[in-house]
Design a binder for this molecule. Sequence first.
Ligand code: PEP
Ligand code: MG
Length: 863
Amino acid sequence: MKALLGGKGAGLAEMTRAGLPVPPGFTITTEACREYFAAGGVLAPDLLAEVDAAIADLEARTGKRFGDPANPLLVSVRSGAPISMPGMMDTILNLGLNDAVADGLARLTGDARFAYDAYRRFIQMFANVVLGLEHARFEAIIEDEKRRRGVETDPELPAEAWQAVIREFLALVEKETKRPFPTEPREQLVLAIRAVFDSWNNLRAIVYRKLHKIPDTLGTAVNVQMMVFGNMGDTSGTGVAFTRNPSTGENVLYGEFLLNAQGEDVVAGIRTPQPIAALREVMPEVYAEFERIARRLEAHYRDMQDIEFTIEKGKLYLLQTRNGKRTARAAVKIAVDMVKEGLIDEREALRRITPEMIDQLLHRRIDPNAPRTVLARGLPASPGAATGIVVFDADEAEARGKRGEAVILVRPETTPDDIHGLAVAQGVITSRGGMTSHAAVVARGMGKPAIVGAEGLKIDLEAETFRAGDVVVKKGDVISMDGATGEILLGAVALVEPEPDPEFETLLGWADRFRRLGVRANADTPEDAARARAFGAQGIGLCRTEHMFMAADRLPAVREMILAETPEERAAALEKIRPMQEEDFYGIFKAMAPYPVTVRLLDPPLHEFLPKYEELLLEVDRLARDPQADPARLQEKQAFLRKVRALKEENPMLGLRGCRLGILYPEVYAMQAEAIFRAAFRLRQEGVPANVEIMIPLVGHANELARLREVVDAAYRKVAEAFGAEMPYLVGTMIEVPRAALTADEIGRVADFFSFGTNDLTQTTLGVSRDDAEGKFLHVYVEEKILPDNPFVTLDTGGVGKLVEMGLRLGREANERLKVGVCGEHGGDARSIRFFHGAGLDYVSASPYRVPLARLAAAQAAI
Ligand code: PEP
Ligand code: MG
């Protein structure tokens, strides 16, 4: 009945009906509120009559009376909209107080300080909410009193001080409103009800409704409820408890309480509360009742509850219950336990775990309680947290890392050249680049934290410093980073380790039963493949081969190949690389067998394997000016520079890369294909069922794929002959430029499978650079909601998604056996996975650490 009673009122009614001990009260409906507005802000006489009857009923049920100093009824008056609008509307507590009742409360509680403090709070709230006087004017009076008494904080003021404050409060109200403060509880109540209705139309409520698209016509309910006091002696108390441990999920009551105290004492930390178990000692019956109620509440709401309670003279009251906030670890354990207890089913358990929770469970985090100084923020590119010394150069990161130092690599951006530094660093931070930039992709693959596009960092590579606001951080200084939030922090900050419980495996096992999508991993090394498998990947959807070309022992041969002047020179260089590639593939196929491994042939522009042109130019310039320099060396460098310049492209992402390399230098792809088949045949001879899929990148025309398929098939025949054996294999293509999706029928006729490369497909469809745009302008697009999401993180379903659907449909029409997956970063994003499921793809492929998330998201899409 939320629409009629508001969220809070419906909750209170539900608890009351369930026989739970909530303080008695009544709710004035949203309908009454709408009538109040329709009548131009007048409370109808029959409503007032009903309120009087409800108060009389409340007095009869509680034995307390409005305005009776010997046993006063005090009430809270709170708003409660049908849709929660936290903090937007008004509340008044302790209504019913006046001078005589406050004296009575002081006697009843034996705590005059409390009684007069409660009274002055009531006056302050009432004057503010009902009479429209500024809060600050009352605070000023309190400040004066504290100054007069030479104390710093409110709790230090004794009862007499509060009595003096109250006199001044009442005088202020009378002066400002030209009327004495209303002392009659019924009058207070009627005024309060009107004020709560009116607060529906205060500015912040209107703005909140606009932001959250809540209709202005709903109106608010008003809840009037008896106040209960936990400070009425040693049989009273107050506390907060969770029905299960919110940090571990363990099924025990968890919380704290304070004897002879009110809720604020717990929150303000004035006294140290005791663990809830201590309640068993002092009030065993109350504890037993509380335990019973906790179990009932869980059974009723079918979730862990966070309960606020007060005990007034041995009688337990529940003030509030709601689904409790919990850590990721607790969420998983509670969901799995509740299935075992029969409270929820497996589907519901899977729905309750969010993808962010999975991320938290697999990665270190900054201790949420640790103090922190945030230097800057960037894009949260790869989750996990790290602390280490700042290093600006990959070689130095490698050297120091190998010595056992914890380093964080800070760069304007990273390139494949920096991979050795990334490999040993605890984490990486870049001031440029986006969520699919090199640093982001590589760090995600390695499962280490990355923050990219932190444009607030002004990096000076020469001086080896960075500036963030006023702070200058030098090489060797310690910083910390949280890749899940994008925060860069000064100094060392405490970290907490991930600790997945057995329940995590149970939950993911259920996910596997429900999901239809296959889940593979993007992995380039045997170690990554093994890790991905341990996380539950059933195959590799993308094995990028360029990282293999970067390894220090083969980079010289790769450069020889790139710079070769003649086919013979190139062939000689390729001969050196071939055996190394064969070993790479041998290890990966072995780690993944019998699951399929999709190896993508070389993709990036070749200049990525060469030194940067500008840096080389500076070096040549230095040599040219150095009279001692060896002229032969200078000449050699100059020749090198010319070749590097010849390869330099203005727009390399749209240049000589992907299958275009294979068309121009078929011997490179032939070498890779031979290495792949040799590794696979060797494994098969050893009884390991290597499962090979070869993928051609950046195809835009069926003829490109047809031509390169011949290269691969020829390599197969050559190797098969040498081994005297046969084996099945697939040849497919990435769909990562719009033309490929538009002509997927033609391409489908020559492909065994498609894999959507949604990183490039997003870049080319939106015409937005995946390397530059995020820090430069895309974040503004997202902040200002011109785009709903960062399209490099969550698939642009309206644009790129249409191409995916079209490519899938055309491809399958041409080739019904076509296998179709996705291997862009979107394969590890929960919302994108939901789309891929709906579109009918066969599998998604994500970096190893995102495989568990993908399994869960695929199941959530299917249930
Ligand atoms: C892609 O473009 O989506 C893809 C997976 O390839 P890469 O990120 O290596 O360009
Ligand atoms: Mg690509």
